[in-house]
Design a protein around this ligand. Structure first.
Ligand SMILES: [Zn+2]
Length: 310
């Protein structure tokens, strides 16, 4: 006799908050999104407005499934960092203007009378991959996401590694080049300032390629300057992978994010090179994989963060 847990017919809401877009979805126990909505973040128009729109989107998704709020297990939020998971606060004036020290967990918890959790979006994407994607079967995982910024998530036995005060280490801001571009993190030439989509776009604009897409197109046609921009980014990625290998020695390194969706092989090659050249570590102990959840990672990962927190 298979006993179905009481809550298995319920769904968890996953909320993915980024600088430009908020995506909300209802996720079942298999990691499938049953209904979803998305809308522009427009952070500068105010935090309360943002919360109201998130609540309305969850209600709309429930209505689409013909269900009431009773059907909801709770709400997991993945947000572009910095965030404070223990306090439930978003502290991100960098990409969410005016959203600094705002508590997102309390209004969601009280509105729906259900548990709510907040995590950094790179951590929640890594949780999604660990349970439903490229991380399955690995005990220790480091995920790097290359998009607007460079995010990182460290997971051990399916749990998020916490730093001091329960917060999130930032591998994306490991420094490489003291003469590199200045970053809001406070150093010059960190991984994000050299290898994020924003960094490659900025270098591309300065060189007349327009943006990151232009840089990669020029690289394909053999342009030397484009090759230089990409080589600089990849060299930072390679040293980052070497650093991660020697400090954390994960079983699996997962690469994801918008830049990886289109240029996985370029990035995976240098990460593999770094991993394989780490002579002090056992051979073949770390593999490199591409993230599989793609644009579902934010919602699915955030919903799963709620479930592993319970
Ligand atoms: Zn930085």
């Amino acid at each position: 006799v298979i006993v179905t847990p009481l809550n298995s017919s319920k769904v968890a809401a996953g909320v993915d908050i980024g600088g430009t877009k908020i995506a909300v979805g209802l996720v079942d126990l298999q990691g499938e999104i049953l209904a979803q909505r998305s809308f522009p973040t427009e952070a500068a128009l105010g935090f309360e407005r943002g919360v109201r729109r998130i609540v309305a989107a969850i209600d709309e998704c429930l209505a689409e499934l013909g269900r009431s709020r009773e059907y909801l297990e709770g709400i997991g939020v993945g947000c572009a960092g910095p965030v404070h998971p223990k306090r439930g606060t978003i502290d991100n004036p960098y990409t969410l203007p005016t959203w600094d020290g705002v508590d997102i967990v309390t209004p969601l918890r009280t509105t729906f009378d259900r548990p709510a959790v907040l995590e950094n979006d790179a951590d929640s994407a890594a949780v999604g991959e660990a349970y439903f994607g490229a991380g399955r079967g690995a005990r220790s995982i480091v995920m790097l996401t290359f998009g607007t910024g460079v995010g990182s998530g460290i997971l051990i036995d399916g749990r998020i590694y916490r730093g001091a005060a329960g917060t999130h280490p930032e591998l994306g801001h490991l420094p490489f080049d003291p003469a590199g571009p200045e970053c809001y993190c406070g150093v010059r030439g960190c991984l994000e300032s050299l290898a994020s989509g924003t960094a490659i776009s900025a270098a591309g604009k300065a060189a007349g390629f327009g943006d990151a897409r232009g840089v990669f197109a020029a690289l394909k046609s053999g342009d030397e300057q484009a090759r230089g921009i990409v080589a600089r980014a990849l060299s930072a990625v390679q040293i980052a992978a070497w650093t991660i290998q020697h400090s954390l020695l994960p079983e699996r390194i997962i690469l994801g994010g918008g830049i990886i969706d289109e240029h996985y092989n370029l990035f995976a090659d240098v990460v593999r090179k770094a991993v394989e050249s780490a002579t002090l570590n056992p051979r073949g102990c770390t593999d490199v994989q591409q993230a599989r959840l793609r644009n579902r990672a934010g919602i699915v990962g955030a919903a799963q963060c709620l479930r592993i927190a319970q």
